[in-house]
Design a protein around this ligand. Structure first.
Ligand code: FAD
Ligand code: NAD
Length: 466
């Protein structure tokens, strides 16, 4: 049996892009249906941002306890801690359940009809949804179709996922901790989770194709991360490719000199990127313009077909939850009749390594490559009182500004807790702040944020505390 319904907006995908679009559309009185094949909250809430940050936090707490047990300069004395990884995973799952349940409640409150099932596109205005637990197929006719189908991990043919070869999803729910873990890819996921596993006591080896870790960030910014990796005992093999895996020898690797060697490991985490989810649900039949692997969209998040919109990871880089959410709001408001565009001055990026890395706007290299005469100035956490009280003086805050009018073009920071500075950085860019605005703002003492003010002061040539 097939049941038919009509609606103004049909959203495919209940991740940060899709659920935010649906809630906002509902708030604005747009009749909205959302189809989700797996779980509300998408990759971010179920198998991405939230569970990874939970695991990272647990790993950090465990490492801190171990360090105290090893003799603490703070005078804290504890017995050697142990880890119940099954309880850690249950705690993480509890956070995920609370958040995904909350998304369901918000959608209900906004009057959105949620259908659990995989959507299949018949044409730009007709989609069938196969209920996840069986039952009647639903045919939805819509005026507007929003694609928010997200992304999936890239698989390496030499080490396909399954069994001991983990994707990030597997690494977020381990039954037991392996003694040795090889991580392929030193990008966001590889380093965030690789560092967490190391803190949990696992021997971690990272294999990366590029010559640097976090190769998409500039080298000065990633140096403190590299130092911390080495200090923690993570073994790095840079400029290497993975040839295969076998249970006896582990991961077979070839380096830049064409030497081949094996890295023993019980588990291998492959984190070599994610690709937009565009296949298997009839999208090809729409013959939309693509930009490489992702759906091409304009500044309104419109695809090449009238009435078909796309947001989030399916529209390519940067594949970040906050970008998907912002796009979702923009689309919902346009469908409700408002004049909106998705044109942020900057989209912050945070890597939750230890130390954390934040990038917002232009780096000095990018500004100069764009022909801009710029100032860049950094303030080290080694000269920040709050950082000393947190026992974390590595890293710095760096600002980039035009030389002629001091307009701030970018911020970069590396250090413990710098993720929380991303809001101030992004606001300053969106509001068109100049170095004088930041330098003239009273920053609370003692906070890491004082390094932001001091970087701006240094850019003006008169930092106080350095
Ligand atoms: P998704 O969250 O992928 O949601 C898409 C949804 O669509 C899924 O639920 C899927 O089941 C559903 N779907 C797909 N096809 C269909 C269909 N045919 N029918 C019905 N439903 C369908 N980003 C950050 O900003 N910060 C972080 O700290 C961060 N950490 C991450 C950590 C990990 C381990 C991973 C994997 C990702 C992380 N990300 C992070 C990226 C972030 O998860 C994504 O950018 C974000 O989830 C994209 O949102 P989206 O709505 O576009 O897609
Ligand atoms: P990534 O692009 O961040 O890193 C992939 C790494 O793998 C790169 O360093 C690349 O050089 C390397 N690589 C590629 N092919 C390889 C090969 N064959 N052998 C060895 N190394 C290889 O991708 P990711 O870590 O998988 O994360 C995917 C996406 O998820 C990110 O780009 C980001 O958009 C999102 N994410 C964001 C966060 C965050 O915001 N904190 C956290 C996790 C994931």
């Amino acid at each position: 049996m097939t049941k038919e319904i009509t609606t103004k907006l049909l959203v495919i995908g209940g991740g940060p892009g899709g659920y935010v679009a649906a809630i906002r559309a509902g708030q604005l009185g747009v009749p909205t249906v959302l189809a989700e094949g797996a779980s509300l909250g998408g990759s971010c809430l179920n198998i991405g941002c939230i569970p990874s940050k939970a695991l990272i936090h647990a790993a950090h707490a465990f490492e801190a306890a171990r360090q105290q047990a090893g003799g603490s300069p703070l005078g804290i004395r504890v017995q050697s801690p142990t880890l119940d990884i099954a309880q850690t995973v249950r705690w993480k799952d509890g956070i995920v359940a609370r958040l995904t349940g909350g998304v369901g409640a918000l959608l209900r409150k906004a009057g959105v009809q949620v259908h659990k099932g995989w959507a299949h596109i018949e044409d730009g205005k007709t989609v069938t949804v196969q209920p996840a637990g069986g039952g009647d197929t639903l045919r939805v006719r819509c005026e507007h179709l929003l694609l928010a189908t997200g992304s999936e991990p890239v698989e390496l043919p030499t080490v396909p996922f399954g069994g001991p070869i983990w994707s990030s999803t597997d690494a977020l729910s381990p039954d037991v901790l392996p003694r040795r873990l090889v991580v392929v890819g030193a990008g966001y996921i590889g380093l965030e989770l690789g560092i967490a596993y190391r803190k949990l006591g696992v021997e971690v080896t990272v294999v990366e194709a590029a010559q640097r870790v976090l190769p998409s960030y500039d080298e000065e910014l990633t140096q403190p991360v590299l130092d911390a990796l080495k200090k923690s005992g993570v073994v790095l093999h840079l400029g290497c490719s993975v040839l295969g895996w076998d249970e006896g020898q582990g991961v077979h690797v070839r380096n830049a000199r064409a030497d081949e060697f094996a890295l023993p490991a019980e588990r291998v985490l492959v984190a070599v990127g994610r690709r937009p989810r565009t296949a298997g649900f009839g999208l090809e039949s729409l013959q939309l313009d693509m930009a490489g692997r992702h759906v091409a969209v304009d500044a309104h998040c419109r695809t090449s077909m009238r009435g078909v919109w796309a947001i989030g990871d399916v529209t390519g880089e940067p594949m970040l939850a906050h970008r998907a959410m912002a796009q979702g709001e923009v689309v919902a408001e346009q469908i409700a009749g408002q004049n909106r565009r998705f044109e942020p001055v900057a989209i912050p990026a945070v890597c939750f390594t230890d130390p954390e890395v934040v990038v917002v706007g232009k780096t000095p290299g990018e500004a100069r490559a764009g022909g801009i005469d710029c100032i860049d100035a950094a303030f080290p956490f080694a000269a920040n009182g709050r950082a000393m009280t947190l026992e974390s003086t590595t890293g710095f805050v760096r600002v980039v500004a035009r030389r002629d009018n001091h307009l701030v073009l970018g911020w970069q920071a590396v250090g413990q807790g710098v993720a929380e500075l991303a809001a101030a950085f992004t606001q300053s860019l969106e509001m068109g702040a100049r170095l004088e605005d930041i330098a003239g703002t009273i920053h609370a003492h003692p906070t890491l944020g004082e390094a932001v003010q001091e970087a701006a002061l240094r850019g003006l040539g008169h930092a106080i505390h350095i």
